[in-house]
Design a protein around this ligand. Sequence first.
Ligand SMILES: [Zn+2]
Length: 168
Amino acid sequence: MRIGYGWDSHEFKAGIPLKIGGVDIEYPKGLGGHSDGDVLLHAITDALLGAVAAPDIGTLFSPSDSQWKGADSAVFLEEALRRMKAAGYEISNIDSTLILAQPKIGPHASRIRENLSELLGIGPEQIGIKAKTPEGMGTDNAAIAHAAVLLQRSNSSRRSGVPKKKTR
Ligand SMILES: [Zn+2]
């Protein structure tokens, strides 16, 4: 098994669309910065990359590279999944926490979970999404996401006999 952890934050900016977990959320502000600013997809992408000791999202998709400006973050997630599969792993489960003052995530949580389930190719029961407000942190104009993933050897890699490290 492998464990991975990812963290990300983006600042709210007026007049741009808000996307969290690949889902469009109606709100007067969106998240600026790298690509479409999808803080949750970025944290999950980094967690998957970290779990297989791949380079991080900023190294693979440099924020200073104009081709990623406004890009759909699902592209980054797909690359992380490709690297995970190439390494012979599949997702056991993912847990995540969003920290933001506004908007409330509760009403969107099931849509986000369904979309993540589709993007990641795993069941919704393998995806934890928690949302908290940033009490006393002074980050009311930002969205923060933490994600942890657990990977296990994939069935296909066990069948195809991808070399496995000896346990002793
Ligand atoms: Zn990001």
